[in-house]
Design a protein around this ligand. Sequence first.
Ligand code: ZN
Ligand code: ZN
Length: 153
Amino acid sequence: MFLFIPVENMASNNRLLVSAGEEVDIETLKAEAIAAGRPSSSTYNTRAEYRSRSASVAHYVLTRAKGICEACFQPAPFNRPDRTPYLEVHHTQRLADEGPDDIMHVTGICPNCHREAHFGPDTDAFRKRLEKFIAEKEGALDQETRADDHPAS
Ligand SMILES: [Zn+2]
Ligand SMILES: [Zn+2]
């Protein structure tokens, strides 16, 4: 059985970003996103399960981006009605029918870059550059976490 769900559209339509003043524990979001991205059995049991897993990955990725496009590093072009920055969720790897929704392969980018990712002159180079940046960013986040766990003082 195949479920076709337009994950990216769904993610950008839902209000996934936390409101500006809200305090976010990115590590909690990340743990949820990693758990959600892990392929379960051969397929997701229900559409609802798939949807909620994708939503938690998108939530983490948009929080990680902090309102700055992960491709061109410019601020989101505008805010949503709830004043959170508008970025779109883009997968650098084609999703298999059963996922996984790996946080290393999901990015938060501006609408312009998103079009370029799909329709630009060299989508392959664009993808590689984006994946390299995400790998570095995730590596830096992991180091910050370790530093938090073991304060130097
Ligand atoms: Zn951009
Ligand atoms: Zn995309």
